[in-house]
Design a protein around this ligand. Structure first.
Ligand SMILES: O=C1O[C@H](COP(=O)(O)O)[C@@H](O)[C@H](O)[C@H]1O
Length: 231
């Protein structure tokens, strides 16, 4: 299930989206004493991060992480952790705690096991997840072209992280699986541009999630995805 929220411009989307997410974080903090949120990376969220970073909430009670990360060094321009740190973890949000998906060394079984242990030791379930979507219908790093897509979308899998090696995109990736992402109490999809709207229409038109992984979320029977879009 999904709801579409359409905005006349990207700045209007960024502001309204930031205010909504901040209000949700603050109300989670008031209820539970803390809140957690997973963001997506890529080219879409920069303006939204800037608008969210100045929201006046108890950021010291918030843990932020990513839905997925490219296994590149922090200094690399493709690092989602760097994007998040430079654009969100500044201003008021500077005091938020970062759960980084990137560790030193290779993305091997040891690192994956440690990350899964840490994620299951207090981070999961996430309160809020903000998904992005690629033009192939991938979301987080659940790529339809990858050998790991069945594992990533397996509805019976334990919530956690998996390694993904896309064949149509660069870098080894680490990604939360479907089971972990769908647990969130608030699920969003953040999109900009006409191309993404066309891809969204295609995703809505059928339920085959192996072809377009975002469908597993949009067509979920219980969870609702709030889609925020601007041209
Ligand atoms: O590689 C990734 O791509 C998607 C979509 O990125 P965008 O550049 O089209 O906004 C993103 O959601 C994901 O986090 C990222 O790792």
């Amino acid at each position: 299930m999904f709801n579409k929220h359409i905005f006349a411009s990207r700045p209007e989307l960024d502001q309204a989206f930031a205010e909504q997410v901040a209000a949700q974080l603050q109300s989670l903090i008031e209820k539970n004493g803390k809140a957690s949120i997973a963001f997506s990376g890529g080219s879409t969220p920069k303006g939204f991060f800037a608008a969210l970073s100045v929201q006046d909430i108890a950021w010291d009670k918030v843990t932020v992480t990513l839905a997925d990360e490219r296994w590149v060094e922090y200094e690399d321009n493709n690092s989602n952790t760097r994007l998040l740190t430079e654009n969100l973890l500044t201003n008021n949000a500077k005091v938020a705690r970062l759960f980084s998906l990137k560790r030193d060394g290779a993305l091997d079984a040891d690192n994956l096991a440690k990350l899964n242990q840490d994620a299951n030791d207090g981070l999961l379930p996430l309160d809020i997840v903000i998904l992005g979507m690629g033009e192939d219908g991938h979301t987080a790093s659940l790529f339809p072209c990858s050998a790991e897509i069945e594992q990533g979308l397996d509805q019976q899998a334990a919530p956690g992280l998996l390694k993904v090696v896309p064949t149509s995109a660069p870098f080894e990736r680490i990604s939360f699986n479907f089971s972990a992402l769908i647990q969130a109490s608030h699920l969003y999809l953040h999109l900009v541009g006409d191309n993404k709207m066309a891809v969204l229409d295609q995703a809505i038109s059928s339920k085959d999630s192996m072809q377009m992984p975002i469908r597993a979320f949009l067509h979920h029977d219980v969870k609702t995805v709030d889609i925020f879009w601007a041209e």
